[in-house]
Design a protein around this ligand. Structure first.
Ligand code: ZN
Length: 128
């Protein structure tokens, strides 16, 4: 397993990690790459990485769906981050061929931070 560290800069942000992931698995052999974040307040998402308005709209929609302030039971003050993380998910499986990720033209891989800024780990495995 390969582990990369991602330093986020804001409480909520979408950080493109496509380049770091591609570099980490470059020239390895396998048919798919699994990605996992061992955290409860961030997630992993594949979506458009061409027009930054798209990922901004996704973050805005998540913030509307799950507002920071609400009568949550979790007393730590970050219940919204746990819920957004649950909606987005913690793992991805990306096709892999000839040493490269096989993503669609407009697709990118994002680490979705919901309780930053923090240093996050992304665990990467190339599957046979
Ligand atoms: Zn918490």
């Amino acid at each position: 397993m390969i582990e990369i560290k991602v330093r986020t800069a804001s409480r909520v942000e979408a950080r493109s990690i496509t380049g770091e992931v591609a570099q980490a698995v470059k020239n390895k052999e396998g048919s798919a790459v699994s990605l996992f974040v061992p955290h409860t307040t961030c997630g992993l998402l594949i979506n458009e990485d061409a027009d930054p308005a798209v990922i901004g709209d996704i973050l805005d929609a998540l913030n509307r769906l799950v507002p920071r302030s609400h009568s949550y039971k979790h007393a730590e003050g970050n219940a919204d981050a746990h819920i957004k993380s649950s909606l987005i998910g913690h793992s991805l499986l990306v096709p892999f061929s000839d040493g490269s990720l096989v993503l669609g033209t407009w697709q990118g891989i994002f680490l979705m931070e919901f309780d930053g800024p923090r240093e996050r780990k992304v665990q990467i495995s190339v599957l046979k």
